[in-house]
Design a binder for this molecule. Structure first.
Ligand SMILES: [Zn+2]
Length: 221
């Protein structure tokens, strides 16, 4: 467990930020150098990609809750872990908000067309069937479905799917979205365009819908 006990290593978050390489301030076990205020951790978090942040959060939860029963973890380390977690959670929340505000990628399609395509996919695609392929324990719970999230080390069913809305969200790691977002999060081999195309075809839309949409008065594809 010594690896989890983050000790001061080289550099500060700010110094690491200036050198530009992502994760350069992490030691070889992936544990960032120790800071006792939150701002350096926010700098560290800002340099990590989403999946690294999610993994980091999962580790931190274990430290904070002492879930593996390791009483070697000092209150001090736990306090720092708490700062790290706050920084990681804030960073993920910031990115989610930024993504929600910023017009997302459209795969080269005109924005209005793309918007309608995503809506049409959400309306037609069987999201429960899609997600169940990666979450075999997905079970109905009222109007929603719940299962263990494959995007983080989930010990309880944190993943919720709302088939009516065509949306899903994990209340453990915070990631969520529509069918295309699910494909992007879980199938690394798919780029954005491929994910939209796959989702459209799976939703029963003609391949042409991914390339062009009939004129506004032209009705459904
Ligand atoms: Zn999750």
């Amino acid at each position: 467990m010594a690896g989890r006990d983050a000790a001061p290593r080289r550099g500060t978050g700010a110094a690491a930020a200036s050198c530009g390489a992502r994760g350069s301030q992490l030691n070889d076990t992936g544990i960032p150098v120790l800071h006792t205020t939150i701002n350096p951790w926010r700098t560290v978090a800002a340099q990590m990609d989403d999946s690294a942040l999610v993994v980091w959060l999962a580790d931190l939860k274990i430290i904070e809750t002492d879930a593996d029963g390791d009483d070697q973890i000092s209150p001090n380390t736990r306090a720092v872990a708490s700062l790290m977690r706050e920084a990681a959670e804030r960073e993920l929340a910031l990115r989610r908000r930024a993504r929600a505000r910023k017009p997302g990628p459209t795969g080269g399609l005109p924005r209005e067309h793309h918007q309608r395509l995503r809506e049409e996919i959400a309306r037609r695609l069987d999201l429960v069937a899609l997600i169940r392929e990666g979450v075999p324990d997905l079970r109905r719970s009222g109007a929603s479905w719940r299962g263990r999230c494959p995007l983080h080390d989930d010990r309880e069913p944190s993943l919720v799917v709302w088939p009516e809305r065509g949306r899903w969200r994990c209340f453990g790691c915070g990631v969520g979205g529509d069918a295309v977002a699910w494909l992007l999060a879980t199938r690394r081999e798919l780029d954005y365009r491929a994910a939209v195309t796959y989702a459209a075809l799976r939703a029963g839309l003609p391949a042409a819908a991914v390339v062009a949409w009939p004129s506004r008065k032209g009705g459904r594809p």
